[in-house]
Structure formats: structure tokens, C-alpha cells
Ligand binder design. Structure first.
Ligand SMILES: Cc1ncc(COP(=O)(O)O)c(C=O)c1O
Length: 428
């Protein structure tokens, strides 16, 4: 994949209304203005809100570097972004509207300019991580099936491939709904049509009437991507009402940039909600999952008893730091759309280089060409290599079948090159 390819692919992200590359000075000004627009524990008389004014003995306000560190200043200001601000707008909590507006802009940027949603057609919030964002989706759909169809808990199931993240088991357990795992082809890692049909027939026979389908925009272990239409067609064939959630926790900030033909976005009417994690490929601090759902759905997760919160609460998390949203916004604005596309395409080039070396060495592996994960046949990986490079096994408790590599910014060049030469030496 040459330079022209990068330019050509990246070019599709040039025309964006919200997402524009900004200078360090512009970013700083925007964040500091937002903090000024928040109410401030230092300068305002705030008696009612017990919101946390960070301990002054530990978190010094007068540190000089804070003047040049918008994220840290936001962190120390500690704005609470409780609630869902795309939904409540100016009716939400009034204390921190300055930084909440940036979160609203961020949700619009991600949903509209990465995931092709119509303007202002998506609600969302910055969640603690991909686990919560996935469970938030299950929670909303469970309540939807209960409210609109009178569904009983044992009539609802979440269905996903065996390569899916364990958060779906966790969510099914918390919400007392069924979890159905469907096997995948050993080599292609695609959902098995035979097993899908078997599981759907068994589910119907067991009395399951409503499905929450999960489409992975890359699985954790393999980087495999599910075919949404294949899933939706099967649910329709079995006449089961369904909603589809995309788990893009891993791939959400890479796959849309490296595969222009991706079908995992809001222009696809079969997709209703998406999880993306900024604390994975976007390299943001932990606590930066993002939950996105079409408008008209958040209310299924309303906690109407949260009456002391202006605008109520629609999220699982409750109080959450506004600094997390700011960190995501800052990273996106620092790179700009073209810069980010180029950064992701460089990872693909590096992964291509790694795969060429593995081909030469005769190592069997799985890799989606648009992703930066390579899972190697564990039997062919020489002893000592997994420990030295801290590779991830599909099963740390049993016999590993696969060893996984994730090519990331910090592994570009030296780490990948040394790995390749160590593999060559060990196999020689
Ligand atoms: C595909 C996928 N979904 C969900 C998650 C959960 O994300 P988190 O650890 O941020 O809760 C992960 C984490 O690795 C993941 O890879």
C-alpha cells in the first residue's frame, strides 16, 4: 500500500463541517472558554451542588504548566457530565454547560462525520468504556422489548459470535436475559451459517421471541468484522423482531478510515447503535468509551426517579468526568480528519509488512486486511517469543490456540522489526 493509496483513501475525510484540524492555540482557547462558561467552585457561590471540588492540598490550582495543559485543567476543574446532553441540551445540569457543549459536539462529530448519521439524528455520551457502552445498548433494547411488546425476560436474547467480547455475557447476566453464542469458521472467523440457523431454531423452540444482535466492528482477539446483513437476513427469515448493535470498541476509530466500503455505520438502516472506545485505537486516557444510538431510544433507559439531576439520567454510569470527553475532542482536533486517516493507514502498512514476513516464514495467521490485529497459530510460534513480546493468548488458562499481535503507534518500526528478526532467528 503506497503513499498515493493513503492520500486517496484519506481524501474522503477532507470535507467535514465539525471535524477540522486545529492548532494547539485554537484548541486551548476553545477548552479554556468552555471552562469559563462552566460554573466554577473557585469564583462562584455554590452551596447546593455537592460536586467534588478537588482536594487543594493535592491538586494545586497555581501550577504554571496548567496554563498550557487544557486536559489537565479540565481534569482539575472536575466538571460532572452526568446525564445525556445530546438529549437534554439546555435542560440538563446547568453547572457545566460549557464543557458539556463540547461533548455534544463530539457525539455529533463521531456519529455524523465518522459513522455517516444525518445531522443531529444520534444521541450519545462518553461512557467509562466499551463494556458499559455495550451493556447500555442491551439495557435499552431489553426495556424496549418489554415496553413495546410486553416481552418477558426469558423471551429476550442477545446473540453474538463466539469471538465477541465477554461484556455481552456480563450484560446478559446483569439484565437477566439469555445469551446465545454462535460458532465461527475456524479459519475465516466469520459466523457459521449452519450454527446460526441451528441456534435460531433452538431459541425459537425454547420460547425466545426477541433478539438483540451484535455485529463486531472487529473482535478483540482476531480483528474479524461481522456481516450485518447476513445477521439481519437470518433474524428476518426466522421472523424474530430484532435490534442490531455494533461493537466497535476496538475498531471504531480505525476501520471506518481503512475500509471505505464498511457497512457498519448509521447510513445502514439496520444498525441502531454503536459502541466505540477512544481508549483503544484513538489513544485517549481510560474512561473514554463512547455510546451512540439513533434518536428516540435513550428514553428506554431513563431513570425517572433521578429527580435531583436536572434533565434526569439516562446512562448506567451516573456522575462522570467531563475531562474524558475533552480528551477525545482534543485528539480528534489535533490530528484533523486527514491526519487521523493517515495515522491509521500507516498502522495498516506496518501490519502488511508483518504479514509479509509471516508469509515468508510459513506461519499461519488470521488477519482482516483493514485491521491491525494478527492472530498467529500458537503451535508455530517458537517458545519464548510470546513472553518476550507479551503476546495475548485466546485462552490464558488452557492451551493457547492463537497468539495475538496488535500493531499500534508505539510498535511501529523498531518493535515490529525486532519481532520479525527474532522470529526468523528462532525458526532458522
Ligand atoms: C471488541 C471489544 N468490545 C468491548 C470491549 C470492552 O472494552 P472496555 O475494556 O473498555 O470496557 C473490548 C475491550 O477489549 C473489546 O475489544
Amino acid at each position: 500500500m503506497g503513499k498515493n493509496h493513503i492520500q486517496e483513501k484519506g481524501a474522503m475525510y477532507l470535507c467535514r463541517m465539525i471535524w477540522k484540524k486545529q492548532t494547539k492555540g485554537e484548541i486551548k482557547e476553545r477548552i479554556f472558554n468552555a471552562l469559563d462558561a462552566n460554573r466554577n467552585y473557585d469564583s462562584d457561590y455554590i452551596l447546593g451542588i455537592p460536586g467534588t471540588y478537588l482536594d487543594t492540598a493535592q491538586f494545586h490550582r497555581d501550577a504554571h504548566f496548567l496554563e498550557d495543559a487544557p486536559f489537565l485543567r479540565t481534569f482539575i476543574n472536575n466538571p460532572n457530565h452526568i446525564g445525556c446532553h445530546t438529549l437534554t441540551g439546555d435542560e440538563g445540569e446547568d453547572m457545566f454547560r460549557g464543557t458539556q457543549k463540547i461533548e455534544v459536539e463530539l457525539i455529533r462529530l463521531i456519529s455524523e462525520e465518522i459513522f455517516k448519521a444525518e445531522a443531529k439524528s444520534v444521541d450519545g455520551y462518553v461512557a467509562p468504556g466499551g463494556t458499559e457502552a455495550n451493556i447500555q445498548a442491551l439495557w435499552i433494547y431489553r426495556n424496549y422489548f418489554k415496553a413495546e411488546y410486553g416481552a418477558k425476560l426469558n423471551e429476550i436474547a442477545v446473540l453474538f459470535s463466539e469471538d465477541s467480547h465477554y461484556s455481552f455475557y456480563k450484560g446478559a447476566n446483569l439484565l437477566s436475559i439469555n445469551a446465545i453464542s454462535v460458532s465461527v469458521d475456524e479459519h475465516k472467523r466469520s459466523i457459521s451459517e449452519d450454527d446460526l440457523k441451528t441456534k435460531l431454531a433452538e431459541a425459537k423452540a425454547k420460547g425466545i421471541k426477541y433478539l438483540i444482535g451484535i455485529a463486531n466492528m472487529s473482535t478483540t482477539m482476531f480483528g474479524s468484522v461481522d456481516d450485518v446483513d447476513f445477521l439481519a437476513d437470518a433474524f428476518e427469515e426466522y421472523n424474530l423482531p430484532y435490534k442490531i448493535h455494533v461493537d466497535g470498541a476496538f475498531g471504531g476509530f480505525i476501520y471506518p478510515f481503512t475500509n471505505p466500503d464498511s457497512k457498519l455505520h448509521f447510513a445502514n438502516p439496520r444498525i441502531n447503535s454503536i459502541t466505540v472506545d477512544a481508549h483503544k485505537m484513538l489513544m485517549a486516557p481510560y474512561g473514554t468509551g463512547v455510546f451512540l444510538i439513533r434518536k428516540g431510544w435513550m428514553h428506554y433507559a431513563a431513570t425517572t426517579e433521578a429527580k435531583y439531576v436536572q434533565g434526569l439520567d439516562y446512562t448506567m454510569v451516573g456522575s462522570r468526568s467531563g475531562a474524558q470527553a475533552i480528551s477525545i475532542w482534543m485528539i480528534l482536533m489535533t490530528h484533523g480528519p486527514q491526519g487521523w486517516a493517515n495515522t491509521m493507514l500507516k498502522l495498516i502498512q506496518e501490519t502488511d509488512k508483518l504479514c509479509e514476513a509471516l508469509d515468508q516464514l510459513g506461519i499461519e495467521y488470521f488477519r482482516n486486511p483493514h485491521l491491525n490485529i494478527v492472530s498467529m497459530n500458537a503451535k508455530q510460534v517458537p517458545a519464548g517469543i510470546p513472553e518476550k513480546y507479551r503476546l495475548v493468548s485466546n485462552d490464558f488458562e488452557g492451551e493457547p490456540r492463537w497468539w495475538k499481535i496488535v500493531v499500534m503507534q508505539h510498535t511501529l518500526g523498531k518493535v515490529v522489526d525486532t519481532f520479525i528478526s527474532d522470529m526468523r532467528a528462532a525458526l532458522a
